[in-house]
Design a protein around this ligand. Structure first.
Ligand code: ZN
Length: 109
């Protein structure tokens, strides 16, 4: 890895990685709070920052088959959630290109 560039988000209530405190997502980017992750509640975001991506994986979720990438904090490399690369069901297409962050991996400051 080269030099690490950390992006900061504006605003008082930003979601941060619980482990290293780097910014992860803005509350303005929340699409839905009605998601479940591996560890309970999870939020769907339009955009996130300071993450790196795992390889594409087929994964069967409650809403059917998807291609997803796990997303990791780019500072501490902890697993934060995943990104929807592709949804096969028409009614799930809105999730493509969006990000799940596990609530249990975040702090809001
Ligand atoms: Zn982190």
């Amino acid at each position: 890895m080269g030099l690490l560039f950390v992006e900061s988000l504006p605003g008082p209530k930003v979601f941060k990685c619980k482990h290293c405190g780097v910014d992860s997502a803005s509350p303005d980017a929340i699409v839905s709070k009605e998601f479940r992750g591996r560890h309970g509640r999870a939020y769907l975001f339009d955009s996130v920052v300071n993450v790196s991506f795992g390889p594409n994986e087929d994964r069967i979720l409650m809403t059917g088959m998807h291609i997803v990438n796990d997303i990791y904090c780019s500072c501490c490399q902890r697993l934060l959630g995943w990104r929807y690369e592709k949804a096969y069901n028409e009614d799930q297409k809105y999730k493509e290109g969006k990000y799940i962050l596990e609530k249990s991996m975040m702090v809001k400051e």
